[in-house]
Ligand binder design. Structure first.
Ligand SMILES: *[C@@H]1O[C@H](CO)[C@@H](O)[C@H](O)[C@H]1NC(C)=O
Ligand SMILES: *[C@@H]1O[C@H](CO)[C@@H](O)[C@H](O)[C@H]1NC(C)=O
Length: 502
């Protein structure tokens, strides 16, 4: 074993089952990629899921969130032991959440029901809204909401109840919904609180250099449908970016306290964020187990080569919400186009990418048998599938049983940010909730999935933390030099769910 492998072995022990299991069952390429990219996990684990979740207390966004549309917002939700809740949603006109437009004050009651048997690891809940009120922070914000309401017949009546634009009063709260009065203008505004019908609560310990580990609590609420027409009916099966407990959040989090101390009349104005130009060179990995609607558990690992604009990615699929029981792995590769700033989603970059090559590795008996019994011409050609053995599916134009068709083009939306620990984050467009693919420019995403983390960035961060001092920087970075200063906007892709059509 080369000396450089030793630190990896150490990390495998720290990581426990996930990496060890993956390393044991996967092919050689997996071993080569995974160890140095999984090093973020020790800082997040062990993760404990609280069942049933205890919602009580204040919860806040950790930064500016982007919903399909796009809508830019921050959230501050408080749950009380009486099952009552008070939720604040602050909407903005800009992607950094620095220009407040309007705020919603939402009051109601929520009751947990039972463990979800659709989304493993989640709890289903029932909720009722008592009141929803809106406060406008500018004249223009009022005009925007009125014009949105006027697009539907029901909304036109609602628009009548708002003041005429010239009579706007800063700080005045207007009622959109009142259960007692039997009026409801929220649907006309495209608003729904169905996110409260799916809940998951996670606890983890965040290592802190001097003061020791710190408790972090994350509240995952249901996902928002990417098609605004579906939003009123859609019952979530995946999650949004989690809220964190205002009392137990990761540090540093400048946005957290700003949001926690805001109210509907005094919306938070987030600090100017570190918006990074897109340079994708390097390896990007999921910092944890991801959950997709409909219901998929997976981790992703991508590599971008800027100089020849090619990318390759591994999608490791699992059957459980801790990503410990692998089902199959897809390897995909292709090229991507130079990026263009998005006119529709400020702060985002548009690009197209092509999937030209793909390979599949079945990782459990069920998937192996399913592929083995499929028509050879539909997936991989003649020859048997066996557990843990990768086969190329390019020649059969993909793999019908897994819903993969090649060649394939997707229209993407990307952005990069730096988090408060200095790690580079890569946000890739949210997949259409209906399981389709963004295969035309019109279907391009307007919001993002949970971010990937740059492996190089992880190595740098760990080398600062005392408990990881034993890991030599050299071996963390591996043998190949990375171009960390590439200036060309390189983008990347991500087939994921849509391209699988599961
Ligand atoms: C692009 O370059 C990388 C290494 O720099 C290489 O591994 C990869 O095969 C190249 N891809 C293509 C499609 O030429
Ligand atoms: C796959 O098919 C081959 C031959 O058709 C057979 O020998 C093998 O047992 C099968 N494996 C599984 C897991 O079904």
């Amino acid at each position: 074993m080369p000396a450089a492998m030793l630190p990896y072995a150490r990390v495998l022990v720290l990581l426990g089952a996930l990496t060890a299991e993956a390393a044991r069952t996967a092919g050689g390429s997996f071993l080569r990629w995974e160890p140095r990219c999984q090093q973020l996990l020790p800082s997040r684990s062990p993760i404990t899921t609280l069942l049933p979740p205890r919602l009580n207390g204040p919860w806040v966004s950790t930064g500016c969130e982007v919903r399909p549309g796009p809508e830019f917002l921050t959230r501050s939700y408080t749950f009380y032991p009486s099952h009552l809740f008070r939720a604040l949603q602050f909407y903005y006109g800009d992607p950094l959440c620095r220009e407040p437009a309007h705020s919603l004050l939402i009051k109601g009651k929520v009751r947990l029901r039972r463990a979800s048997w659709v989304t493993r690891g989640a709890t289903e809940a029932n909720y009722h809204l008592h009141k929803v009120g809106v406060v406008f922070h500018s004249h223009q914000a009022l005009l925007d909401v009125i014009s949105r309401l006027k697009q539907s017949p029901a909304g036109r009546d609602c628009a009548q109840r708002l003041p005429p634009a010239q009579a706007w009063q800063p700080g005045a709260l207007y009622e959109l919904l009142s259960a007692r009065a039997g009026q409801d203008c929220t649907a006309a505004l495209g608003f729904s609180m169905h996110e409260l019908s799916l809940v998951r609560l996670q606890r983890s310990l965040q290592p802190q250099p001097l003061i020791g580990p710190r408790l972090v609590e994350e509240l995952f609420l249901g996902d928002i449908h990417t098609d605004s027409v579906e939003r009123q009916h859609y019952r979530p099966t995946g999650y949004q970016r989690p809220l964190q407990s205002a009392l137990h959040h990761a540090h540093p989090c400048p946005a957290c306290s700003l949001i926690a101390f805001s109210d509907e009349r005094h919306p938070p104005v987030l600090p100017p964020g570190a918006v990074l130009p897109l340079h994708l060179d390097g390896r990007w990995v999921s910092p944890g187990c991801e959950v997709r609607p409909a219901v998929l558990f997976l981790t992703r690992l991508f590599t971008f080569h800027g100089h020849n604009r090619s990318w390759e990615g591994y999608y490791h699929h699992f059957s459980d919400p801790a990503c410990q029981q692998p089902t199959f792995t897809i390897y995909a590769a292709g090229h991507y186009t130079p990026g263009m700033p998005s006119a529709k989603v400020l702060g985002g970059t548009e690009l197209a990418f092509q999937v030209t090559q793909a390979r599949v590795t079945p990782m459990d008996q069920v998937t192996t048998a399913m592929l083995n019994f499929s028509e050879p011409s539909s997936c991989g050609g003649p020859g048997a599938w066996s557990l843990g053995t990768e086969r190329d599916i390019t020649a059969t134009n993909g793999c019908l049983p897994l819903g993969i068709r090649l060649p394939h083009v997707e229209y993407e939306l990307f952005k990069m940010e730096r988090d408060s620990l200095g790690q580079s984050l890569l946000f890739i467009g949210q997949r259409p909730t209906d399981g389709s693919s963004p295969s035309t420019p019109e279907r391009r995403p307007t919001s993002y999935q949970s971010p990937l983390v740059l492996c190089d960035g992880i190595a740098r961060d760990l080398s600062r933390a005392p408990e990881h001092r034993l890991l030599p920087q050299q071996s963390l970075k591996g043998g190949e030099p990375y171009s960390t200063v590439a200036r060309i906007p390189f983008l990347l892709l991500i087939p994921g769910l849509a391209f699988l059509q599961l």
